[in-house]
Design a protein around this ligand. Sequence first.
Ligand code: SF4
Length: 439
Amino acid sequence: MQVTKGVTCPFCGVTCDDLEIHVEDGQIREVKNACVLGRDTFLHHLKGLATPRIDGKPASVDACIDAAADILARARYPLIYGLDSTELHAQRKAIELADLIGANIDHTSSICHAPSLQAVQTVGLPTCTMGEVKNRADLVIFWGCNPAEAHPRHATRFSVTPKGMFTPQGRKDRTIIHVDVRKTPSTRMADAFIQIKPHSDYEIFSVLTALVKGHDLDLSEVGGVPMEEWRRLVSLMKDADYGILHWGMGLTMTRGKYLNIVAALRLCQELHRFTKFQGAPLRGHGNVVGMAQVLTWQTGFPFAVNLSRGYPRFNPGEFSVADLLARGEVDAALVIGADAVGNVPKQAAEHIKSIPLICVDPKESETTRVAKIVIPAAQAAVAAAGVAYRMDHIPLPMKKVVDSPYPSDREILDRIIAGVSARRPELVRRMRPAASAGA
Ligand code: SF4
């Protein structure tokens, strides 16, 4: 039995790096320390594996890669999308390919936490690591998120029960507040639940900020909650030694979108006049933060980047995946480690089904089922090593615990780049030397 310790789980943004995996005869037999989602990721990694094929007919991986390079070399306005379930080096390769072929490149954040990324670029992010949350936070607010179901070990490793340097009694040293439009399993972790009206978040954050600033507002309620309750929350926030506001898609995907997050972050900034108060989104996929990091350091922008002019342009709504597809603009798509057809709105899904679609994924999905070319990959963090960014922007190594008959995403992308370069050498000459060296 081969036992590997300190294994990183790729399933969600908590990116737990303390898993212990037992492997015998090339099979994963036991997974220790993981939640049920993490255990499933490793124990059932062979379930629903994709097979290499072109136009629905079995083909070799080499033939699939060759056909993919052919499509991308001829495309006039291609899209590269997905990339949140893979590792950092593959993400870098995808950006290099996008630069080479002048593609639009976008990732799953575009349809979940893009408003958070836009807000951070607008007002900045007063934030901290999850280690600081564990060691210091005595007030934790979960707003529009449900970590009990989406991030099962967040509470036990960082935000609710663990004992930290300045929170030696763990749960007893923390006050937990849950704000949402309805109760969820996360409500049970909280000392208090504040039920608000849907779409009232912006208004509430604005009022809370005014109260923090000392304004006396002549209102009886905001967001369906009496002002007395908001005044109590403001007192709690000002009196905390160290506060953290965690938010989820209940803020990013409701009316106000990125302005909700701007208002939330301004509240955190205002609270810094009285105490330490941070904000941090709870991010979903394992390496969704990594893709935004890599894209930002390579192009200056976190999502929805267009490279068709040989330099990066950023315009959500124009270059974001759902809009490009809904307008029927892209003429070929490469989807890596994501279920684009299952993710995007119906009209966008219809277009992606109508163009040459290449899908690189370890598993079958709605996207592989309609793709022209399917290239199975070794699953990152299970059968391929690499790096992932945790939701608090901490990079962690991903280990390989079993072998796969298929190449990694990084290798596949490398070979597609070589195939496109051989077909279109003028594209290689056009690329800026710094970009090709950096990527
Ligand atoms: S909390 Fe997330 S990262 Fe941690 S074991 Fe569960 S699924 Fe994996």
